[in-house]
Ligand binder design. Structure first.
Ligand SMILES: *[C@@H]1O[C@H](CO)[C@@H](O)[C@H](O)[C@H]1NC(C)=O
Ligand SMILES: *[C@@H]1O[C@H](CO)[C@@H](O)[C@H](O)[C@H]1NC(C)=O
Ligand SMILES: *[C@@H]1O[C@H](CO)[C@@H](O)[C@H](O)[C@H]1NC(C)=O
Ligand SMILES: *[C@@H]1O[C@H](CO)[C@@H](O)[C@H](O)[C@H]1NC(C)=O
Ligand SMILES: *[C@@H]1O[C@H](CO)[C@@H](O)[C@H](O)[C@H]1NC(C)=O
Ligand SMILES: *[C@@H]1O[C@H](CO)[C@@H](O)[C@H](O)[C@H]1NC(C)=O
Ligand SMILES: *[C@@H]1O[C@H](CO)[C@@H](O)[C@H](O)[C@H]1NC(C)=O
Ligand SMILES: *[C@@H]1O[C@H](CO)[C@@H](O)[C@H](O)[C@H]1NC(C)=O
Ligand SMILES: *[C@@H]1O[C@H](CO)[C@@H](O)[C@H](O)[C@H]1NC(C)=O
Ligand SMILES: *[C@@H]1O[C@H](CO)[C@@H](O)[C@H](O)[C@H]1NC(C)=O
Ligand SMILES: *[C@@H]1O[C@H](CO)[C@@H](O)[C@H](O)[C@H]1NC(C)=O
Length: 869
C-alpha cells in the first residue's frame, strides 16, 4: 500500500480556450526549461461513471497503445497513423535535447461505478488520490475496483475518463475545458504526478461531439460518437502531458498556456477551414488517423515545429530535387493528399523542387491537375514547363481556382514541374497533385515509307492515354496494294477504337477488344489508307501493326499538295499573305511540320493542323498594327488569325504572355502560330462568335441585358486579376477597351488585344496597373450607358465622371435600349456598379486594386435579382 502524502497542491490548470486564430497567437511554442517525459510512459485509466461499454473502452485502450511509432509508425503511408502523429510529438525535447518517449502503453486501470455526479474540481482530485489506496471517494457513493494497486511515480499519467452520464456543474464548465478536460500536477507521497481528465459528450449534438462538420454528420470512426470524441481528447491530453510534465515544458512562446495540441484546437474543431478527412469506404466512416487492429480515429491536430503549422504527421519535404520520371505515366504531389481530392494538412514551407519528365518517344505530355490548394495571397506556385528545346515555356498555377482542375498538353517529350513554397504557409494551403502521361501520337502523322511499324504501345505494363485522337495516313499511290498486319491489339471495348479508312473518309472497319495472336487481323487494301485511334479511357495497352506499301507517294510532292490546300482557299490579299504562304512552303519542307502548328495544346480535341484563310472576305478586324482574318481549321472549327502589318517584335512578347494566361477562361486562347519569315509570327486564336463587346453594345440589334453586362464585368475583372495578381512577372494589359473584350456564343467574355501588354516592373505597377483599372472603370461606364467612350483625355474624364453620377442619381444615362429597372435589387446593383466605376476612374494611382474591384463586383452580383452566383 502506497502511503499518500496529502499535499493537495494544484499546480496549474490549463485554460481551455481555443478560438483564437493562429495569427492572433504569437507564432509557435517555446520550451520553458521544465520536465518532459522522455522515459516510457504508462497511461493508467480511471473509468468513472456508469454506462461504459467494453467495446468503447477497447477503442480508448487501443488508441493509447497505438501511439508508439515502433508499434504503428506506418512510415511513408499517405494515411497518418497514431504512431506517425506521435512522431510530431517526438520533435519536442528537453534541455539536453532528449526527445519525448516513443513508448506509450496502457497501465493499471480502475473502475469507479458511481451514480450521476455533480462533478467538482475537488472531487476530481479526490478521485485521483483514491486510486492509490482504493478507497471510495469522499462525498460520493460508489465502488472502486482496480486491476492492481497503483504506484505513485512520474512515468505514469493518471487519466480519468468520465462517461457521458457524469454531470459537471456550471462553475466547472468555466474552470475546465468541458470537452478536452484538462490536466493538473498533484503531489502524492512526495512525487509530482500528472493527472488528466476528459469527458464523453452526452449526445450527438453536444458541442463536445467532433462528428459534425457544419450540418453534416460524419459517421464516428468506431461506431460511437461519445467514445470517438472522447478518445480524441484523451490522446490530445497525453500529448500535452508528455511535453509539459511539470507545467514548465513546451508552451506558447508569448507566455500563454497553449500546448502542443491545444494550440491547434480550432483546427480540430474545424474553425480554420474543415480539415478534410479520409473515408473508410467499407464502413462509411471518416477518420484522420489509423490505429492498430483496424481502429480509426479523429485526432486533434498538433503543432509541428518543422513546418510551423498544425499537422497530423511529419511533413514530407520535396528536397529530392531534379527527380526524373522516365515512365510514360506518373503521379506527383506535394502535401499530404487524402483520397486524391483533398489535402489533409499544409505542405512544408521553403520548398523548391523540380521533377523532370522525360519519355523519349512522346509526342506530347498531358497533365491533369487533380487537386491544387494554395492560399490566394501566397507566393507559392506550381509551374509546368515544356523543356524540349529552346527556352522553357511554362504555365503557372497559383490559386485554388476550380478552372485549373483540367487537363492540358505540352508538346514534346520533355517537361518539368516545379513547386515552390514560401516562408509561411497558411493552413489552407494543402498542396497539389497531378498526373501526367506521355502521349505517343500527335494528331495526324503522314507515312511515306515503303514498310515499317506503326502503333501506339507504351512500355510494358502501362496503358495508353485518355483522350487520344490520332491518325496515321499511309500514302500509297492510288490503286496500288497496301497491307496492314496487326501484331497486337488491346483496346478497351467501352469507348475506345481503332478505325481503318479507305482514303480519309470512308470507314472500312474498326477494332476494339483484346485479340489473341491467332486472331489478329491482316488487311489487304489499296491506295491511301487512314488509321484512326481514339480513346476516352485508358483501359488497354494499345496496338501495333506492320505495314507494307508497294508504291508510296513521293513525300516532297505530297507536302506541296498540302500547301496548295491551304492556299486554295482564295486569292490571298496583298503582298503580306503571299509571303506568308511562301513561308509556309518553306517551313513545310524544312521541318515537315504542319502549317499552323500549335505549340502548346490545351485540349486534345482541338489540335490544330491546318487552316484555310479565305482572302479579303474573311477579314474580320483591323488594329493599328495587325489585321485579323477568320479561318477554318481542319477539324472544322473557326479560328482567328492575327497577321502583323509590319515586322514587329511585340508579337513575340504577346505570344509569350498569352501562353502564360491561356488557361484563364476569360482570356482569349492562343491556339497556335504561323511563322512568316518576313513579318514574324501570325498568331492563331480561338474564334469568338459574337465579336467584340463594343459591337455588341452598339451595332448589334439585340441589346445585352443587365445580367449579361454584369457577368461580363465580373469575367473581365477576373481576367485582369489574373494578370495583376497571379502571374509572375505581373502583366499590365494597357489597352482595356470594349473592342478588346470578345464574346463567345454563350456571351462569355474574354479579354484580348494583348498587343500593348507588357511585364510590369515594381516601379511601373502603380501607374500601369492603375491605368488598367481606370480603363476598366470606363468599360463599366460603357456597359452602363451603352455609349462609346470617345476620347480618353482629361476633359472626357470629367464628362464620364458626371455620367456616372447621373447614372447613380436618376438612371437617365443608363442604356436606353433596356428598360429602366423596376426591381429594387436591380436598381441597387446598377447603382453599386456605377459606384465601382467611379471608384476605378476617380483615384488614379491611389485607386482600388483589382482584388478590391473583383470583390466589389462579386458583391454586386449577390445584390442582383436573378443572377445565379
Ligand atoms: C533530458 O532527458 C534525458 C533522457 O531521459 C535525461 O537523461 C536528462 O536528465 C533530461 N534533462 C533534463 C534537464 O531534464
Ligand atoms: C452542483 O453543485 C452545485 C454546488 O456545488 C450546485 O449549486 C448545483 O446546483 C449542483 N448541480 C446539480 C445538477 O446538482
Ligand atoms: C486513502 O485515501 C483517503 C482519502 O483519499 C485518505 O483519507 C486515507 O487516509 C488514505 N488511506 C491510506 C491508507 O493512505
Ligand atoms: C459495492 O459493491 C458491493 C458488492 O458488489 C455492493 O454490495 C454494494 O452495494 C456496492 N456499493 C455501491 C455504493 O454501489
Ligand atoms: C514538484 O513540482 C514542484 C513545482 O514545480 C517542484 O518545486 C518540486 O520540486 C517537485 N517535486 C518533485 C518531487 O519533483
Ligand atoms: C454514409 O453515412 C452517411 C452519414 O451517416 C449517410 O448519410 C449515408 O447515407 C451513408 N452512406 C452509405 C452508403 O451507407
Ligand atoms: C474518394 O472519395 C470519393 C468521394 O468522396 C469516393 O467515391 C471514393 O471511393 C474515395 N476513394 C478512396 C480510395 O477512398
Ligand atoms: C477504296 O476506294 C477506292 C476508290 O475510292 C475504291 O475503288 C475501292 O473499292 C475502295 N475499297 C474499299 C475496300 O472500300
Ligand atoms: C465500327 O463499325 C461498326 C460497323 O461497321 C459501326 O456501326 C460503328 O459505328 C463503328 N464504330 C466506330 C467507333 O466507328
Ligand atoms: C493478303 O495478302 C497476302 C499476301 O499477298 C495473302 O497471303 C493474304 O491471304 C491476303 N489476305 C486477305 C484477307 O486477302
Ligand atoms: C490489356 O491492357 C490492360 C491495360 O494496360 C492490361 O491490364 C491487360 O493485362 C492487357 N491484357 C492483355 C491480354 O495483354
Amino acid at each position: 500500500m502506497v502511503s499518500l502524502l496529502l499535499v493537495s497542491l494544484l499546480l496549474y490548470i490549463l485554460p481551455g480556450i481555443s478560438c483564437l486564430s493562429r495569427d492572433e497567437r504569437s507564432f509557435g511554442l517555446s520550451y520553458n526549461g521544465g520536465k518532459i517525459m522522455t522515459e516510457p510512459v504508462a497511461v493508467s485509466v480511471i473509468w468513472f461513471g456508469t454506462d461504459w461499454e467494453k467495446s468503447g473502452q477497447e477503442v480508448i485502450r487501443n488508441g493509447i497503445s497505438s501511439l508508439s511509432p515502433s508499434r504503428y509508425g506506418f512510415e511513408g503511408s499517405e494515411v497518418p497513423t497514431l504512431g506517425s502523429w506521435w512522431n510530431i510529438i517526438r520533435q519536442y525535447t528537453n534541455i539536453s535535447n532528449a526527445p519525448v518517449t516513443d513508448e506509450v502503453d496502457v497501465g493499471a486501470e480502475c473502475f469507479y461505478v458511481g451514480s450521476q455526479l455533480n462533478m467538482t474540481m475537488d472531487r476530481m482530485i479526490g478521485i485521483g488520490r483514491s486510486v492509490f489506496n482504493q478507497t471510495s471517494i469522499d462525498g460520493t457513493s460508489g465502488n472502486l475496483t482496480c486491476t492492481r494497486v497503483f504506484e505513485v511515480n512520474d512515468r505514469t499519467i493518471y487519466h480519468i475518463v468520465f462517461s457521458h452520464t457524469v454531470m459537471f456543474d456550471d462553475d466547472q464548465r468555466d474552470l475546465v475545458d468541458l470537452c478536452r478536460g484538462n490536466f493538473a500536477v498533484e503531489v502524492f507521497a512526495g512525487v509530482n504526478v500528472t493527472m488528466a481528465w476528459a469527458r464523453a459528450p452526452q449526445k450527438q449534438s453536444d458541442q463536445c461531439s467532433t462528428f459534425f462538420r457544419g450540418d453534416h454528420y460524419l459517421g464516428p470512426p468506431n461506431g460511437d460518437e461519445k467514445i470517438d470524441s472522447l478518445v480524441g481528447y484523451v490522446l490530445g491530453n497525453i500529448a500535452e502531458e508528455v511535453t509539459n510534465q511539470d507545467g514548465r515544458g513546451w508552451k506558447g512562446n508569448d507566455g500563454s498556456d497553449w500546448t502542443v495540441s491545444s494550440y491547434c484546437g480550432s483546427v480540430f474543431e474545424g474553425e480554420r477551414g474543415d480539415p478534410p478527412l479520409f473515408m473508410d469506404v467499407e464502413r462509411n466512416v471518416s477518420f484522420n488517423a489509423a490505429g492498430l487492429n483496424g481502429y480509426r480515429y479523429i485526432l486533434q491536430y498538433v503543432w509541428d515545429q518543422n513546418i510551423k503549422n498544425c499537422a497530423m504527421k511529419p511533413s514530407e519535404t520535396c528536397g529530392n530535387n531534379a527527380l526524373a520520371f522516365k515512365q510514360p505515366k506518373g503521379h506527383l504531389h506535394v502535401g499530404i493528399i487524402a483520397n486524391h481530392t483533398t489535402g489533409l494538412q499544409p505542405y512544408p514551407p521553403n520548398q523548391k523542387c523540380r521533377w523532370k519528365i522525360q519519355y523519349p518517344t512522346a509526342k506530347f505530355i498531358s497533365f491533369t491537375i487533380n487537386y491544387l490548394s494554395f492560399a490566394v495571397d501566397s507566393n507559392d506556385q506550381l509551374v509546368i514547363c515544356q523543356s524540349d528545346s529552346g527556352p522553357a515555356q511554362c504555365s503557372i498555377f497559383q490559386s485554388n481556382d476550380e478552372r485549373y482542375k483540367k487537363s492540358f498538353k505540352i508538346k514534346g517529350s520533355k517537361a518539368y514541374v516545379e513547386f515552390t513554397s514560401g516562408e509561411l504557409v497558411s493552413f489552407d494551403s494543402r498542396g497539389w497533385e497531378l498526373t501526367y502521361s506521355a502521349g505517343l501520337c500527335s494528331g495526324k502523322e503522314d507515312v511515306y515509307d515503303r514498310k515499317g511499324v506503326i502503333g501506339y504501345s507504351p512500355s510494358d505494363g502501362y496503358s495508353y492515354t485518355k483522350g487520344l485522337s490520332c491518325q496515321w495516313i499511309l500514302h500509297g499511290k492510288a490503286g496500288t496494294p497496301v497491307a496492314l498486319s496487326f501484331s497486337h491489339i488491346n483496346i478497351s471495348e467501352d469507348f475506345d477504337f481503332l478505325a481503318i479508312y479507305n482514303g480519309t473518309t470512308h470507314q472500312i472497319t474498326n477494332f476494339s477488344g483484346i485479340y489473341s495472336s491467332s486472331d489478329l487481323p491482316v488487311l489487304n487494301l489499296t491506295g491511301e489508307i487512314m488509321i484512326e485511334f481514339a480513346t476516352q479511357t485508358d483501359k488497354g495497352d494499345g496496338w501495333s501493326a506492320n505495314f507494307y506499301m508497294s508504291s508510296p507517294v513521293d513525300q516532297k510532292k505530297k507536302s506541296l499538295l498540302i500547301v496548295i490546300v491551304v492556299v486554295l482557299g482564295g486569292v490571298l490579299i496583298g503582298f503580306s499573305l503571299a509571303l506568308f504562304t511562301l513561308a509556309l512552303v518553306r517551313s513545310r519542307k524544312d521541318t515537315n511540320r504542319t502549317e499552323l502548328d500549335s505549340r502548346v495544346e490545351f485540349d486534345s480535341h482541338s489540335i490544330l493542323m491546318r487552316a484555310e484563310v479565305n482572302g479579303e472576305e474573311s477579314r474580320i478586324g483591323e488594329g493599328s498594327s495587325s489585321i485579323v482574318y477568320r479561318g477554318i481549321s481542319t477539324d472544322g472549327k473557326f479560328i482567328a488569325l492575327k497577321s502583323p502589318k509590319h515586322p514587329t517584335f511585340g508579337i513575340k512578347l504577346e505570344e509569350e504572355i498569352l501562353l502564360k494566361t491561356s488557361l484563364h477562361p476569360n482570356i482569349i486562347s492562343l491556339v497556335g502560330y504561323v511563322e512568316d519569315g518576313i513579318r514574324g509570327r501570325n498568331l492563331v486564336f480561338e474564334f469568338m462568335d459574337r465579336g467584340s463587346l463594343s459591337w455588341n453594345l452598339r451595332e448589334r440589334g439585340e441589346a445585352l441585358d443587365w445580367e449579361r453586362r454584369l457577368e461580363i464585368a465580373v469575367q473581365i475583372s477576373s481576367a485582369i486579376q489574373m494578370l495583376h495578381m497571379y502571374l509572375k512577372p505581373r502583366i499590365c494589359h494597357r489597352n482595356i477597351t470594349s473592342e478588346n473584350v470578345l464574346l463567345d456564343e454563350n456571351y462569355n467574355a474574354k479579354l484580348g488585344g494583348f498587343g500593348a501588354a507588357k511585364y510590369c516592373t515594381i516601379d511601373e505597377m502603380p501607374s500601369e496597373m492603375g491605368g488598367d483599372i481606370w480603363s476598366f472603370g470606363l468599360l463599366l461606364v460603357e456597359l452602363l450607358t451603352g455609349k462609346p467612350v470617345i476620347n480618353r483625355n482629361a476633359s472626357e474624364f470629367c464628362e464620364r465622371f458626371e455620367v456616372v453620377d447621373e447614372a447613380l442619381r436618376g438612371q437617365d444615362c443608363l442604356d436606353r435600349r433596356l428598360a429602366i429597372p423596376r426591381e429594387e435589387c436591380e436598381k441597387m446593383g446598377l447603382t453599386k456598379l456605377g459606384e465601382i466605376a467611379k471608384w476605378c476612374i476617380g483615384r488614379g494611382e491611389n485607386g482600388p486594386k483589382i482584388g478590391d474591384v473583383v470583390l466589389g463586383l462579386k458583391q454586386v452580383k449577390l445584390l442582383f435579382c436573378s443572377v445565379p452566383s
